[in-house]
Design a protein around this ligand. Structure first.
Ligand code: 3ON
Ligand code: FE
Length: 491
């Protein structure tokens, strides 16, 4: 590491060098059953299926560090639980860019978040190609395992071996837009489809005005509905939320200045500037293509990446819960994300927004002030009223810090419950797995891929979602860099 910088609070919840080690590239790709000694506690016999996770696996290319972790090549992990045993494997998505850069042992593409080709701005100017790094999410839908990155096509993988087949247009459904966001939502009981589950997703075509496409697919990945909406202004929309009748988007108030990008000075994502004095526009898009009356409401919101959930309280009243930042967190050009000064970043906080469609008004209320991210709910409650929210959170109740805990929030009582891996453990997105045949909303397990700096390896932690007690720890052979999103499948 190049820097000797120390950050407060030295020695309290975390050691800064520990956090950095969690961003070391992982080149190993292995598939193995976990030994008895690697399993602490007992894997519940009813826990059967596979956790798939995605995230940046390489934080350098041929030894040259990338500028931002969101620019790292996607690596997929699969943790399979079978009859009390556990199998692990990880593999890079063989995207075109990954293969070319690994063969050449050097950076050949610019990254959206500021990674540049060597040689200064003259080598980067007017190179507008996007490297689809397939690093943000992975879903298993209609028998296909798809690695997602919001500005490009999904990559289809073999679910058993994680071998990459290539990009996938979903039977032509997305051949025209060539993009599919990394945040699809599964409607567990789609009103428009007689109660059958369906997958709802979107993509953004940015420009002076922005086009939002909405897609819905059957469980065998046949296109059900597809429609486009144009909204004025530039938009950076990473996630959305659904209700039985609507898709909800937050058009964060941002401006985009393409000139530094064109001139090879900054990545496209670094040309996005948050405009906190301007309201966020909440776009309410009907899911029924026969009813395309898009409503636009305005609210002060801060910058939003992720939404927790949404629901309809009555025909005119919608609710949406989201993680908001007072600023758009970015890494300055010329600096190294490994030297990040957390105290200079705004924390992500949970807010509840109530939308009145008749009056066109939005009320908002802060629910969790502690820095949190990666919200997750019981899959049967997606788009519906729900009581429990699970998130990754900072160990400390105030300030911005790495995610070292898992938080359970009860909307009914306002109570919180915290499981912390601090001082030397780091968490990420929890994935909720319902216990078979249980009816309580929190009867399930939370699967969390954590990083244990004391052993420089990752540990899959299974928590009981009712009280956040540890059910079992699966100690992996090596670490997986801090990741983004994933899914569970009972297969
Ligand atoms: O030029 C336009 C603007 C833009 C930024 C258009 C565009 C579509 C090319 C574009 C690209 C956006 C992309 C590719 C976004 C990718 C986002 C990504 C990979 C991850 C986002 C993660 C968000 C959060 C909040 C992660 C938090 C992580 C932690 C707290 C720590 O692990
Ligand atoms: Fe995300």
């Amino acid at each position: 590491m190049t820097s000797t910088q120390q950050h407060p609070p030295a020695g309290a919840s975390m050691r800064f060098d520990d956090w950095r080690l969690g961003y070391e590239s992982q080149r190993r790709e292995e598939a193995y059953w976990l030994d008895r000694e690697a399993i602490v506690g007992t894997i519940p016999a009813e826990l059967q299926g596979t956790l798939f996770r995605n995230g940046p696996g390489l934080l350098d290319v041929g030894g040259t560090p990338i500028h931002h972790p969101f620019d790292g090549d996607g690596t997929i992990c699969a943790v399979t639980f079978r009859d009390g045993r556990a199998h692990f494997q990880n593999r890079f998505v063989r995207t075109e860019g990954f293969c070319a850069e690994q063969a050449g042992c050097r950076i050949l593409y610019r990254g959206v978040f500021g990674t540049q080709k060597p040689g200064g701005w003259t080598s980067n100017a007017f190179d507008f190609r996007l490297k689809n790094i397939a690093n943000t999410n992975v879903i298993y839908w209609g028998g296909k395992l798809l690695a997602l990155w919001e500005a490009g096509l999904p990559h289809c993988l073999e679910p058993g071996t994680l071998e990459t087949f290539g990009t996938d247009e979903l039977d032509g459904a997305i051949a025209d837009t060539c993009a599919f966001s990394a945040h699809p939502r599964v409607d567990p009981c789609s009103q428009l489809d007689g109660g059958a589950p369906c997958l709802v997703n979107f993509c953004i075509k940015p420009g002076l005005s922005t086009t939002i496409w909405v897609y819905e697919f059957t469980t065998d990945c046949q296109l059900l509905r597809k429609h486009a909406h144009s909204v004025p202004g530039f938009a950076f929309i990473h996630d959305f939320a659904i209700t039985p009748n609507y898709c909800l988007f937050f058009q964060n108030s941002v401006s985009f200045n393409p000139i530094p990008f064109a001139l090879g000075l900054r990545g496209a994502g670094e040309c996005v500037k948050f405009q906190p004095q301007k309201p966020t526009r909440v776009l309410v898009v009907p899911r029924d293509p026969a009813r395309q009356d898009v409503k636009v409401l305005e609210v002060e919101a801060g910058f939003v990446f992720h939404h927790a959930n949404a629901c309809e309280l009555d025909e005119q009243t919608l609710r949406i819960d989201s993680i908001c930042y007072a600023d758009f967190p970015k890494v300055e050009p010329g600096s190294d994300f490994r030297d990040l000064d957390f105290s200079a970043l705004a924390p992500g906080q949970l807010w509840r927004f109530t939308l009145n469609l008749n009056a066109g008004t939005v009320d908002r209320q802060l629910a969790i002030a502690r820095h949190c991210e990666f919200p997750c709910v019981h899959p049967q409650h997606v788009g519906r009223p729900y009581r429990y929210l699970f998130l990754a959170a900072a160990d400390r109740p105030t300030g911005t810090a790495p995610l070292q805990a898992i938080l359970k929030y009860d909307w009914e009582t306002g109570e919180t419950c915290l499981w912390s891996a601090a001082p030397r453990g780091y968490t990420g997105e929890p994935v909720f797995v319902p216990m078979p045949d249980a009816t309580e909303e929190d009867a399930g397990w939370l699967l969390v891929l954590t990083y244990d700096a004391s052993a420089h390896r990752s540990v899959v932690v299974v928590l009981d979602a009712r009280d956040l007690s540890v059910v079992t720890d699966l100690r992996l052979k090596y670490h997986i860099p801090f990741g983004l999103h994933g899914t569970w499948t009972p297969e």
